[in-house]
Design a protein around this ligand. Sequence first.
Ligand code: SF4
Length: 432
Amino acid sequence: MRGVVVGDVVCTFCGSLCDDLEVELEGGSIRGVRRACAVGRAKFLAARDTASPSINGQPASPEAALEEAARLLLRAGYPLIYGLSTIPAEAQKEAIALAELLGANIDSTSSHCHGPSTMARQQTGLPTCSLGEAKNRADLVVFWGSNPAESSPRHFVRYSVGARGLLTPQGRKDRTVVVVDVRPTATARLADEFLQIAPGQDYEALTVLRALVKGVAVEGRHPAGVPVERWARLAELMKKCRYGAVFFGMGLTMSRGREANLELLLTLVKELNAYTRFHALPMRGHGNVAGSENVLAWQTGFPFGVNFSAGYPRFNPGEFTAVDLLARGEVDACLVIGADPAAHLPGTCVRHLASIPVIVIDPHPNLTASLARVTIPVAPAGVAAAGTFYRMDNVPLRAKKLVDLGLPSDEEVLRRLRERIARAEDRQRSHY
Ligand code: SF4
């Protein structure tokens, strides 16, 4: 590498938040990235200031774009602020303050990924540990409905399958790896045991495991599509390991049963602690989706899907969550930050988004920006803006500003938007 090398750089592009990257800077831009996976490297190298603000598809000054965004949000009767999963905690806090000021709904991508596991935690608690603890101690790793080989490529080498830890000095040789999923995945190919269950049968599978762990006989030869002997072997592996960690993903949170699946899994993990040490960790996707839940919970008491229209925060998944608000056509304006709902939400939601004023605050042009009335480009966090991100195990890490792209941060844009709206509301009040 040539130029200035910055060490201990945090990659904010997935929930693993690898914090061991080295980035080479030269002439104010990024020339090289070491230790990142292909996804992380591409994101760092793609950071540049190509976009400009726009109103109705036409270039606009930053001030004009902010003014139009404020006007659209003030005019709305029931707005939604949506996203939050790729922006720093400081910006998430600003977005919540803006939602409170507007009496708006605010939701993150969590409500349609790990929201059910968060709801299950509210019922059962979460027997969990840090990724560092899993790396240093776990000799049994179970991936249930998660595929980190593709979603979080360095998870294996840093925290789970091959990571060398205090009590796992030989890495992969010191661990048994089990995958439970509905189809063979890249992660399943690396496992010692792969249990391919029938789609939608996670609840049955977890019930069988709980029974077998307790020594209760199970009826039927193939519960959840897997021979009962293989479930019995997994139950034995779980009870006999020194330290177990189960990483659960959207294959469990978004399949039939949702939060009920998670309540069973977390109960199973609690029960396993009668025999050994066992923990459960959510496999989070976006770089700060865990932060969105933490920050919303500090500020409002609730982790996602919060409504401020009554003047105080209310939480009701299914009523105040983004997919439901959009599918029912209830919201009349949407501020999107740190997400791309047009690319990921159901067609009914996208059709409603296309019919209402949408404001997009994002470092890059995306599908949602193509239907937005206002777009405001911002500095990519962790590259051209600093901020706090929460790793998938809820450990906060500080991401650095590496280069200056001459763009404002998410936090700055949201603060200026909030101040503008507050001034306009003051003017309106003084009128009466
Ligand atoms: S695994 Fe995730 S956090 Fe680590 S380098 Fe790749 S994209 Fe970045």
